[in-house]
Design a protein around this ligand. Sequence first.
Ligand SMILES: [Zn+2]
Length: 484
Amino acid sequence: MLWSLIKIIAFIAIVTGLTFGGVHLLNMSGGADVTIAGYNANLSPLELAIGLVLLVLAVWLLLKLMGLLLATFKFLNGDETAISRYFSRNRERKGFTALSEGMMALASGEGQLALAKAAKAEKYLERPELTTLLTAQAAELAGDRRKAEETYKRLLQDDRTRFVGVRGIMKQKLADGDTATALKLAEKAFAIKPKHVETQDVLLQLQASNEDWKGARQTLTAKLKNGSLPRDVHKRRDAVLALSEAREVLAEGNSINAREAAIEANRLSPDLIPAAVMAARGYIEQDNARYATRVIKKAWEVHPHPDLAAVFAEIVPDEDPAARIKRFRALTRINPDDPETIMLNCELQISAENFPEARRALRDLVETAPTARNLTLMAAIERGEGSDDQVVRGWLTKALTASRGPQWVCDKCHNIHAAWGPVCSNCGSFDTLSWKTPASGEVAMPAGVEMLPLIVGQIADQSDETEDETLDAEVIDAAHEDEK
Ligand SMILES: [Zn+2]
């Protein structure tokens, strides 16, 4: 509306200007005498102005004509496309203008406009590798999925654009949640461009979530070779995959191969707790207590964890408490000030029914870093020392509302997992679970922290009994047993 008004005003202004100029020239005195080859002409100022404009036009026409003549001359000399090129130069210019406008529209988020410009550029340019790409992106932006897919399929036909087509369809399938097809497409894209980092990541992610551990390890090695992955990260991720492979083999019932895979995973990344646990179990099965101890100690050095303590207890399953305390010294010597080590010491003393020593071993953890676990330990100590039920209950009540302490938390989506896994069950990320205290404000879900595994005597298979009631009942039962 405003634009047409401006156009009308501009038109009137130009006409007024020209008229005014013409009248002004008419009223001017003087002029120009032109003499060419004896022929004499006297031009008034107005005639002179019109003559100048005509001259410019004539020069322009002459230049155009010369271009055409040149093209014709080239054509006669054997350049067959010269004339068509002369005429298509105009089309090309229009085409490139449309293309650049389309790209601008794409960049400014105007999908429909970009789509229209792409169609125009396609008409003039006849360069499908350029315009199809713009069409695909514009269709994607405009939310026209069918057109986008159709365009990607067209891109598949040309070697130069095949990768873009595969990637486009793959992204659509990923968005649809059709991971099986997406995986096949990712494999195809990877075959075309093995060095493409994004493809490597998508492929790895899909392979991991489809539990194709072997394939994932191959992709990981390709990533290392292409230099898109630091060596230490590769080692760690390879260990995670080796461990996942081991768990799968174990589930299939092949414990010897699983043992070897777990030991391999542990060798690759000694601080990967689940790998250390599994490797240690493998060594225990082989009656190799020395190696089992070594593996656990190595992992404890990096990160004390209740699972490690539990498997350390499994090395000698039926020893008396005093012998156990003595044997555990090899472990508790390492990282003695870590809350995990402190709580382990306390648990060992409780199982030996040495409650004053257990209280000393717990230090001031219930004040400095209260967690459900150490508050429950405190309740067990009070119970063991014969304190009032009310005191015991007081500690347990505190435990109910206290932090759960460290758990397996996804670094990416902060989801809390009951047990370690190679892939986050919430966001599907690979190797993002780490053993840490969830940020405050997040819902503290009961996780697989085995409360007092040494006292209760159920070490490995407790992860499903993590309700508060169960835990409290177990502690009280255990304490009652201690009294007897
Ligand atoms: Zn996650």
